[in-house]
Design a protein around this ligand. Structure first.
Ligand code: ZN
Length: 185
């Protein structure tokens, strides 16, 4: 085996692994996937021709090349698949829940920054959970009030304070995702 052919195989294997790792970490490189696949294909064709021309590389080297190439291809496949299959629920960012309009964002697969708005005028609601701190009140609840609509109570969630209420909303959002109700939204 000439030194040149060994070098090109080694460089090819290294490039394939690096390409796989880079594609895993930097999604913007997806455009290069096609050219990398083409490169891998030409590498395979070259390898086949080299075998036919009986350069006869040692078996372990072929195994090594095969393993590295497989890692590269699998990484590319995972990257492309992962990007294409952005879960449908990520587009679900507002709904009418317990009397108010709630909006939120996604941080990974977690609901974050959930807050409520007035269904009539879309003003940001303010909360009042004083009942949770009062010794005399019998009901623990959080009221959501629209200052723009004459300080009227738009929604009321019983059971606890503001953190409890937003937690209840997040649980309701997750429930609607599990049952598929969010798709009717
Ligand atoms: Zn309002």
């Amino acid at each position: 085996m000439s030194e040149n052919s060994f070098k090109s195989i080694r460089n090819g294997a290294v490039a394939s692994v690096i390409a796989g790792i880079v594609l895993l970490t930097i999604p913007v490189l997806r455009g290069y996937v096609v050219s990398v696949i083409a490169w891998l294909w030409s590498g395979l064709v070259w390898g086949w021709e080299a075998m036919l021309a009986s350069y006869s590389l040692p078996g372990w080297l072929w195994l090594l090349v095969f393993i590295f190439a497989t890692i590269g291809v699998v990484n590319i496949y995972i990257t492309v698949k992962g990007e294409q299959e952005e879960p449908e629920f990520k587009k679900y960012i507002e709904d009418f829940i317990y009397g108010a309009k709630w909006r939120w964002s996604w941080s990974g697969n977690q609901v974050s920054n959930a807050w409520c708005y007035c269904p009539r005028c879309d003003a940001t609601l303010v909360y009042d959970d004083r009942s949770c701190r009062s010794f005399h009140s019998t009901v623990r609840k959080t009221d959501f009030i629209c200052e723009n609509c004459g300080h009227s109570t738009i929604a009321s969630i019983t059971g606890g304070n503001k953190d409890y209420a937003t937690g209840a909303i997040i649980r309701e959002i997750e429930r609607r995702i599990r049952t598929g109700e969010f798709k009717q939204h």
